[in-house]
Structures are given as C-alpha cells and as structure tokens.
Ligand binder design. Structure first.
Ligand SMILES: [Zn+2]
Length: 505
C-alpha cells in the first residue's frame, strides 16, 4: 500500500467514537485525522522521509525495551536446567544485545532467579546501548531536522532553552514535536509542570551570556537567548491524562508556565538591567496527537494564556493545499492571532515570527507522523515510561514515554518532581511487583578540575537521598538506583559508576 492509500485507510479507520459521532468530530480538540476523513488528500508541507527516519529510530529503541520481559520469562523457565547460565547469557546476547550479571544467575539455585533485579539491570543496559548507538541510529534524522543552528541564528537566537514538563510524554518533544536539532545551542531540561527553577535557569542564561559577550559566538552582538516553556494537555482525556503536576487542569498548567517565564525575565532584568532579559515563548502540547498550541508574543514580547493558534487546526485547514497556499494560510493565521481585540500591542519581531511559522510548519510533519505511525492518536495516551532519570538529562536520548525526567541538583530541591515520578511508577511498576529503575545521572566538565569526581559524589548523595525518601519501596526491593556520569560535550557518555546496578561498565 502506498503512503496515500495508507493515510486514507488510517483516516477511515479512526476509532469508532471518532468516526460515528459527528458531535465529537466537530470539536476542534479532536484528533487531527478525523477532519481529513472524507476525501483523500495529502499534506504538501509534510517531510515524509524525515518521518520515516524518525520512525525507524523510534522502533529500534522501543524494541530494545519491549523485548526485556519476554526474554526474562524465557530465561526464568530454564532456571533449573543444567546449563542455565550459558543458556541465559546466550538468549540475552541474541535477543537483547548484552550480557546479564553473572552473579545474579549463579545465585538462582538458592532461592530462585531474582527477576526484579534482572529487570532493572536490563533496563539500564538497554538504555546504555541506546546511548552508545545514538550517533549511528540518529544520523539520518539529525541531518534533516529543519530547526537547526543556522536557522535559529537567522531568527536571531544563539541559544534555545526548552523546559517541558518532566512527564515522559514530553521527552521526545524537542526532536519530534518541535523538530529542533539537538545540540549545544538547544537545551532541554524537564521540570514537573514545566515549572523550571528560576535561579538555575538564570545561571544557564548567564553562562551563555558570558560566552556571547566574550566574542566567542559568531554574530553574538545581534543574537539573543530564547526560553521556551512547554506545558501539556490531553484532548481526548483532559481530566485524567493532562499534567499530573497541575491535577490535569489545562488552565492552571498554562498560567503557571507563563508565570514562570515572566519570573525568569524579571529576575534577569532586575539584576542586569532592563532589556537584558531573554525572549520568551510558551507552547502547549496535546500529548495524544503531538499537536501544538503556540502562544503568540506581541510587539513587546508579552504573552497571553489566551492568544494562541493550534497546529491541529492548521493541519486540517491546509490539507490538500499547495505548499505556497498552505504557507500563506499559516502566515495569515499568525497575523490574525496578533490582530486587534486588545490582544497585545504591536507585532512580534520578524525573527520570532519566522520561528513561530517554522515551528507550525514543522509540527505538521509530526501530526502526520502520529497519523501514519500511531493511527492518528497514540495508543497509550497516558504514562508508559521505562525508567526515571534524576539529575540531568542524557542528551543523546529523545523519545516519547521512554523515561520520566526529574531535573535536579539536590533532592531537597528536586523532591516534588521526584515524588510525581515515583507516584507514576508506583502505578506502572511497583503495583505489578516490578521495581522502579532510577538512573541518577550528572554531567561533568572535563576542563574543570575534579568536576568528574564531584559529579560522582553528587550522584551518590542523590541516590542515598532517594532511597531515604522512599523507604517503603526501598525496603521491599522495589527501588533500583544506578549512578552514571557523562562528559558535557565530550566522548564519555553514560558511564555507570561501580558498586551500582550495572556490572562491567
Ligand atoms: Zn506534566
């Protein structure tokens, strides 16, 4: 079946509720594909080759994790066999691509195979394999992502710093929903409810500002820093699958993220003078569809919770149009959103407008990605993460629902984010007797003396604090922490620190 036919079929195969209820289909919040369900039309602005590359990558990584339970069940069935260890290692090597810890296999004869320990170790080893292979596995789509460093510079930005929610459904948002090319100038730091830490973000801004002012950035004098907060909601289950940190209340999630952006800008301007602050942008993601709600800054860079446009609507309105006509429609929608009605003063500056148009266009490809590869709406609209990362994101990993990210330096500060994550995994894992795998990960700077040692020490402190905060889970063996460090911008990536969960790394 060719792409056109497949898309057409997918649109017709919409879930029964979606197809049979005209009332639902007419709702603007409803999955994007429903509106296109009549006549077969194709979207002219979608990059299908890029979508295929992103999907190949998604499938490769997901398979790595999806096989674990099945392989462990098969291994478990052989635990009383004569040549058990040999057989188990062979199965693990063939099916998972790594060895299992020999000690756990050797101890199996005493009180049975410790499957919960093995499960966590397999999760950590699969994660490590995904990091090690990232460069080769991502090379195709990295070369095609439209919002790359050059494009961002043309919009007037040297750095884009994105804070989505820590929720796993937002952890692929940079490369997939927003189509930013990950790199040193595009940073993603997740915080529960997108409520990023103002002081930490101020210091990240200052670090880039020092670099810019020292002349280390080409064209630095005309470039600015952009901070984006990304909140989320669920169009098909707004009361249950929205943002847990805001009790699934969309309005609260929007207002709180907006407030945090203003706080950061105020903090910088009060400290370094009016006009010093970064540009700010607020984006909402419908995690069922990966469609965006882009809030439009006015001429003074001011945002509003109510001044936005939605890319799902753009997708429906521009389906079947020529690329030129579709682009004109997007530009008109943005211009209209900015116009009259007391909705802000003046027009946003040209660089921001360019970026907003590009984000909208790039997201149309992601909407079709979900239509083509996930039947129009993700099968699992809720949580389905494999592990928690506490500390700093593993930069090479980008995928929806692969992990929950609690960005933190200390547990004292990061406790609320961690609590949300543990709550999610209590339902996902612990309720089924599976431990919660937590990777405590920090980056170090090789140019800074003893930075690596301090990253490891911080990792151990955070690990101990996590175990102390959730004593019931820890005592029941339902919390498995590992510590790893990576060199910022360097070769060492996700090295597990000995005396922790993964042997041999
Ligand atoms: Zn959230």
């Amino acid at each position: 079946m060719n792409t056109r036919k497949r898309l057409h079929a997918l649109r017709r195969e919409a879930s029964p509720a979606a197809v049979t209820s005209p009332e639902v289909a007419a709702t603007p919040d409803h999955p994007a594909y429903v509106i296109g369900s009549g006549e077969m039309r194709e979207h002219a602005l979608v990059d299908r080759d890029l979508n295929q590359l992103l999907f190949d990558y998604e499938r490769t990584v997901r398979l790595r994790f999806a096989r674990i339970v099945d392989v462990l069940k098969r291994i478990s069935a052989h635990q009383h066999d004569e040549n058990f260890i040999e057989l188990a290692q062979q199965l693990a090597r063939e099916q998972l691509g790594f060895d299992l810890p020999t000690q756990v296999l050797e101890d199996a004869w005493v009180c049975g195979l410790d499957l919960s320990t093995l499960h966590s170790r397999c999760i950590f080893s699969s994660l490590k394999l995904s990091v090690d292979n990232a460069q080769t596995e991502q090379i195709g789509w990295r070369q095609r992502l439209p919002l790359d460093e050059n494009f961002l510079r043309s919009c007037g930005y040297h750095t884009v710093d994105i804070s989505p929610c820590s929720d796993g459904r937002l952890q692929g948002v940079g490369a997939y929903a927003l189509r930013f090319l990950p790199g040193p100038n595009v940073r993603v730091k997740g915080y529960a409810g997108a409520l990023f830490n103002v002081e930490a973000n101020m210091s990240d801004w200052a670090e880039r500002e020092v670099k810019r002012l020292s002349g280390a950035m080409v064209d630095g004098d005309r470039l600015n820093f952009l901070k984006i907060a990304v909140y989320h909601f669920s169009s098909s289950s707004p009361d249950n699958h929205g943002c847990a940190a805001h009790n699934s209340n969309d309005n609260q999630a929007t207002q709180a993220a907006l407030q945090r952006l203003y706080e950061l800008r105020a903090a910088i301007e009060r400290t370094f003078g009016a006009g010093a602050g970064p540009d700010i942008l607020l984006i909402g993601v419908d995690t069922d569809l990966d469609a965006l709600r882009i809030h439009l800054p006015d001429g003074f860079g001011e945002l509003s919770a109510h001044r936005y446009f939605e890319t799902a609507q753009i997708y429906r309105d521009t389906l079947g149009l020529s690329p030129e006509a579709a682009r004109t429609h997007i530009a008109e929608t943005v211009a209209k959103g900015m116009g009259g009605g007391g909705q802000g003063s003046g027009r946003m500056h040209e660089g921001m407008r360019r970026l907003v148009l590009a984000l909208a266009e790039a997201n149309l490809s992601q909407i079709e990605y979900v239509i083509e590869h996930h039947t129009g709406r993700y099968a699992t609209i809720g949580h389905d993460e494999q592990y928690i990362i506490a500390g700093e994101k593993l930069r090479p990993l980008q995928l929806r629902n692969l992990f929950y990210l609690a960005h933190l330096n200390t547990m004292e500060e990061g406790a609320p984010d961690m609590d949300v994550g543990i709550d999610i995994f209590t339902k996902l894992n612990a309720a089924h007797g599976l431990p919660v795998p937590v990777l405590v990960h920090f980056e170090y700077d090789a140019r800074v003396p003893k930075s690596r040692e301090r990253a490891i020490a911080r990792g151990r402190r955070v690990r101990d604090a996590i175990e102390a905060r959730y004593p019931v889970l820890a005592a029941r063996g339902l919390l498995n922490c590992a510590i790893a460090v990576s060199e910022r911008g360097g070769e060492e990536r996700c090295t597990f620190i000995a005396d922790d969960a993964v042997d041999g790394h």
